[in-house]
Design a protein around this ligand. Sequence first.
Ligand SMILES: Cc1ncc(C[n+]2csc(CCOP(=O)(O)OP(=O)(O)O)c2C)c(N)n1
Ligand SMILES: [Mg+2]
Length: 271
Amino acid sequence: MQIRELEKKADQIRKMVVEMIGRLGVGHVGGALSAVDLVTALYYKEMKIDPKNPKWKERDRFVMSKGHAGPALYAVLADKGYFDKEHLKTLNLPNTILPSHCDMNKTPGVDMTAGSLGQGLSCAVGMALAARLDNLDYYVYALIGDGESQEGQIYEALMFAAHKRLNNLIVFIDNNRMQIDGYTDDINKIEPIDKKADAFGYFTQRVNGHDIQQILDAIKKAKAQTEKPSFIVLDTIKGYKFKLAEEKGPACHNMSIDETDWREYACCKEE
Ligand SMILES: Cc1ncc(C[n+]2csc(CCOP(=O)(O)OP(=O)(O)O)c2C)c(N)n1
Ligand SMILES: [Mg+2]
C-alpha cells in the first residue's frame, strides 16, 4: 500500500472505531483514535503476518500494552480478515470475542492480553527475548501510553530489554499528553521521555504519530541499527479526527457517543 492509501485506510479504521464504540454507547474513544495511524502503518505495511494463521510461530508480534485501546486493534484485525466484521457490533457485550481490553485468549490476532497498565511491555520484552532463544526471526512491536509510563514496571522492562540488547524490539509511546483524569504534565510528568529512553540504552526517535510516512521512516531507521532496541515517541492527539472527542480534551478518555453522533461521524477528513 502506498502512503495515500494507508492514510485513507487509517481514516476508515477511525470510522470503524467510532461506530464500534458508538453502538455500545461508551468506551475508550480518545486513546483508541490516537493509536490508529500506528496500527495501520504496522498491519498494512510493516508486519510479517498471516491473518489465516494467527498463531504462526515466525510472525511479527504486536502488544497493545495500553490494552484499553483494543477497539483500534479490533478494527484493523477485522479488516485484515482475522475474524468476521460482524463481531465489531458486539464490542464488550456478554460472550463477545472483543472485550473492551485486549485478550489473547478471546480474539484471533491479539498477541497479548493487556489492560493492567505497565504489564504489556514486560510481556513484549519476553517475547522479543524468546525469538532469540528459539532462533526465530521476528519483530515485537509494543505500544505504551504516556500515562501508562508512570508505572514503575515500564522502566524495569525498558532496562532489561536494553541490557539484553533486544534489537528485534520496537517500543512506541502514544504521547497524547493526556491520561484518564487530566494532562500527564500536571499529574506526573514523563517528559523528556526520549532522553530517558536514550539514557536507558535505546535508539530513540520522535515523530508526528499521525504522519504515517514519518512512522514508517522511523521504523526503517530502527531496523537499520542492530545494536539496541528502539524507542519511538509518537506525538499524537487524543481523540484524533473525531471532533467531539478532540474537543473534550482529557474527558474523551472514556466517553459516551450517542447514536446520532456516530452515524453522522464525518470528521475523518477524507481529502
Ligand atoms: C495498573 C492500572 N492502573 C489504572 C488503570 C486505569 N486506567 C485505564 S486507562 C488509564 C489512563 C492511561 O493513560 P494513557 O496511558 O496515557 O492512555 P491513553 O491516553 O493512550 O488512553 C488508567 C489510569 C489500569 N488500567 N491499570
Ligand atoms: Mg495518554
